[in-house]
Design a protein around this ligand. Structure first.
Ligand SMILES: *Cc1c(COP(=O)(O)O)cnc(C)c1O
Length: 390
């Protein structure tokens, strides 16, 4: 991107990181290549020994489709550097294995795979990990004083849309010499910029809003060059790099990120208001509603309130399942962030593995339905919910 070019987010989505080619393609071509040829032994040694940058081998991430995508991803989060991964969990595992080895504190509800990795698998490698709920933040100082060096959370979190104060927790972590990593999957860089608020690292399941069309599995990690340089050999040798086709498809999707997310923000707010007024809905959890407990914090640290909301249907789990089964537009599916609207009952999917007591401790009820609002007409979506709640 030309240095004199305006640098608002929508502009960066389109132009950041794009490589010019000899034929005048307006975007980076797909370098569907595993390896790259050099004119001489001296030239290949220059790249292998790090004296010059260049394409070398795709699993290393040294492929123009991947490097161009990473420059765009870094730009979107206001980061010095980015690494792209074959999935969100690949990004998280590389992050934890690089920067979490001395101890990880995970705050609040997180993605199921994240909770399993932190709670059950990393301890098998001897990594000390701690899971705490949002109402147990008073434990954080003691855990940091005890040696934990990486704090991690999602905000908004799944499925209750609980928010955490990025700036305040970053300050607390830094006071103990620890790092803060934020999973920004639900908000997307359009609605929230964790690095600008003081976080050290941002992780994404690019499978969700960044990909945006339910057709790519990918992940991303953004932060300073120093922190990401340490992650790079883990990605390389764990073999977590995505294929160039996936990288190019993700770059294609990012060019429309701002328009997609703005539309999803507006539709989700309209749906949240309609559901709040519906007699069969006991509660609507959406950061953009004045009634939402985290609304003040949302206004402070988010530029938009996102496309995810959770409604609690009167009558419990069976009534909620009956309503979900009547949906005609919302598909019954896990995942989120795509162009098509999806609905899932946390008790049947994302939080199915927890005991009823554990779910209730986390404020997750059987009547909850999590909605991922797509790009359909918002009135059509409201009509679908209304007919299902009849
Ligand atoms: C989906 C998801 C992940 C895992 O991402 P994958 O791309 O499925 O590996 C991590 N965090 C959040 C918040 C997610 O929604």
């Amino acid at each position: 991107m030309n240095e004199t070019m305006p640098k608002k987010l929508a502009t960066r989505c389109i132009h950041a990181g794009e490589l010019a080619d000899a034929h005048g393609s307006p975007h980076t071509p797909i370098y569907n290549t595993t390896t790259f040829a050099f004119p001489s032994t001296a030239a290949i040694l220059d790249v292998v020994e790090g004296r010059t940058e260049g394409s070398l081998y795709t699993r290393y991430g040294l492929n123009p489709s991947i490097k161009a995508l990473e420059a765009k991803l870094a730009s979107l989060e206001g980061a010095e550097a980015a690494l792209v991964f074959a999935s969100g969990m690949a990004a998280e595992s590389a992050l934890f294995l690089t920067h979490g080895r001395e101890g990880i504190v995970c705050i609040g509800d997180a993605y199921g795979g994240t909770l399993e990795l932190i709670g059950q698998q990393l301890p098998q490698l001897g990594i000390p990990t701690h899971l705490m709920l949002g109402n147990e933040l008073d434990r954080l100082d003691a855990l940091l004083a005890g040696g934990a060096r990486l704090v991690f959370f999602e905000t908004p979190s799944n499925p209750t849309l609980e928010l955490f104060d990025i700036a305040a927790i970053a300050e607390q972590a830094h006071a103990h010499g620890a790092l803060l990593a934020v999973d920004n999957t639900f908000a997307s860089p359009v609605n929230q910029q964790p690095l600008a608020l003081g976080a050290d690292l941002v992780v994404h399941s690019a499978t969700k809003y960044l990909g945006g069309h339910s057709d790519i599995t990918a992940g991303a990690l953004m932060g300073s060059k120093e922190l990401l340089d340490a992650v790079w050999p883990w990605r390389k040798n764990l073999g977590q790099t995505p294929a160039p086709e996936t990288a190019a498809l993700l770059a294609r999707s990012l060019r429309t990120l701002v328009v997609r997310v703005h539309h999803q923000n507006a539709s989700a707010l309209a749906i949240a208001r309609a559901m709040e007024a519906h007699p069969r809905v006991a509660r609507v959890l959406y950061p953009g509603l004045e009634s939402f407990p985290g609304h003040a914090l949302a206004k402070q640290q988010m530029a938009g309130f996102g496309g995810m909301l959770t409604i609690e249907i009167d009558g419990g789990g069976e009534a909620a399942a009956a309503a979900v089964d009547r949906f005609k537009l919302f598909a019954i599916a896990a995942s989120l962030g795509g162009v098509e609207s999806l609905a899932t009952q946390p008790v049947t999917t994302t939080h199915h593995g927890l005991t009823p007591e554990e779910r209730s401790r986390r404020g997750i009820s059987d009547g909850m339905v999590r909605l991922s609002v797509g790009l359909e007409d918002s009135q059509d979506l409201i009509d679908d919910l209304t007919q299902a709640l009849r």
